[in-house]
Design a protein around this ligand. Structure first.
Ligand SMILES: Cc1cc2nc3c(=O)[nH]c(=O)nc-3n(C[C@H](O)[C@H](O)[C@H](O)COP(=O)(O)OP(=O)(O)OC[C@H]3O[C@@H](n4cnc5c(N)ncnc54)[C@H](O)[C@@H]3O)c2cc1C
Length: 331
């Protein structure tokens, strides 16, 4: 167990807050040892994967568990599908690459999303027309208050757009230790997303689609190794028809998509219309590549970033009467 440990290298914003206690977790027994230890059992606990969807705004007063539980295992297979059990501390993109090499179809559109496998169900990661909830069979883990293990099937994960039971009522209460994925062995691609429509389905392979997505992502998103960021800072808001009509009256270039009985407006469009794209103040700003990405040029503390996010929320609310909700976990 490390004391007063800097989290600077463990969050993609690169802010330099510290944790009182910090430990790398490689198996379930280690988790049980800590929660059964009188020295630690009452302390606050935070599970950290790649730190790519988290904003520390102060030092963490408790234990940070750095998740390094590894392993990819085939549980079952038939002519059509394969079921993989994956340790939650595996790197997400390594898993996607593994599946592409093995010719398991399903995860390729989620190429290059940073972070760990265990965090994927937390906010039901999604990109290029695919959400991970459609490929998850079970999520297994341990309750941090009593050490009880539980397996959640897909339905009981309560997946929604960038949300699940783990981001809601089980936040910081349940340590996800493994995730089961059902992948297809039958060739099929999803290129319905607008950025992929130019591809010719007859001429693509798993590998070429993965490479295409990596290329597009690299052109659109700042790399956290160069400039601190956590990808999209806000969720895309869901609004009703009346709101769409009101905005359309003023902005005939409004971009929106039907989503069930609601409409989704890209938060980036709203933020750009408020003039924030490319904004820079002191050590922080908004990416000039993508208005949804708040960037950290050199801030040591996360508070500045949180304050900027509040200014953006207030501005969008003032101009459009729409509440932006952070996708990033603000601690
Ligand atoms: C450049 C960039 C691009 C991105 N693009 C996308 C994208 O296209 N789509 C998308 O959905 N997201 C995207 N993200 C966000 C991020 O990559 C994902 O949310 C990812 O799943 C976070 O993984 P992580 O391991 O880094 O999570 P962390 O940031 O470490 O943790 C995120 C949250 O999950 C909790 N958590 C982590 N692991 C566990 C566990 N094992 N058990 C219980 N709780 C846990 C943490 O406590 C925290 O609340 C992007 C981020 C960046 C920096």
């Amino acid at each position: 167990m490390k004391r007063n440990f800097s989290l600077g290298n463990y969050n993609s914003f690169g802010v330099k807050h510290k944790a009182n206690f910090f430990i790398e977790i490689k198996n379930k027994d280690q988790i049980n040892d800590i929660i059964n230890n009188k020295k630690y059992d009452k302390l606050h606990k935070l599970i950290l994967g790649g730190g790519s969807n988290i904003l520390f705004t102060k030092d963490y007063n408790g234990i940070v568990f750095l998740n390094k539980i590894k392993g990819i295992r085939k549980i079952s297979e038939d002519d059509n599908n394969v079921l993989l059990r994956v340790g939650s501390g595996e790197n997400w993109d390594d898993l996607v690459e593994y599946c592409v090499k093995k010719k398991y179809y399903g995860l390729e559109n989620l190429s290059l999303i940073p972070g760990s496998v265990g965090a994927a169900p937390i906010q039901n990661i999604g990109a290029y027309g695919v959400e991970v909830k459609n490929l998850i069979e079970n999520v297994e883990g341990i309750f941090l208050d009593n050490g009880i293990e539980k397996k959640f099937n897909n339905k009981s994960c309560e997946f929604q757009y960038r949300d699940s039971i783990f981001k809601g009522k089980l936040k910081n209460k349940f340590f996800i230790t493994s995730v089961d994925f059902v992948l297809s062995k039958i060739k099929s691609f999803n290129i319905s997303y607008r950025d992929l429509k130019y591809l010719d389905i007859k001429n693509i392979s798993l590998n070429s689609l993965r490479n295409e997505i990596i290329k597009i992502r690299n052109s659109k998103l700042p790399d956290p190794r160069d400039i601190g960021n956590a990808g999209s800072f806000f969720k895309n808001p869901l609004v009703d028809r009346t709101t769409i009509d009101k905005i359309k009256n003023e902005f005939n270039d409004l971009v929106y998509f039907k989503d069930g009985d609601k409409f989704k407006i890209p938060a980036a469009w709203l933020i750009e219309k408020c003039g924030w794209k490319g904004y820079k103040e002191n050590n922080i700003g908004v990416s000039d590549k993508h208005a949804l990405v708040i960037v950290n040029y050199n801030a040591k503390k996360g508070k500045e970033i949180k304050e900027l996010s509040k200014k953006i929320i207030d501005d969008v609310k003032g101009k459009f009467r729409i509440n932006l909700i952070p996708e990033v976990n603000v601690i």
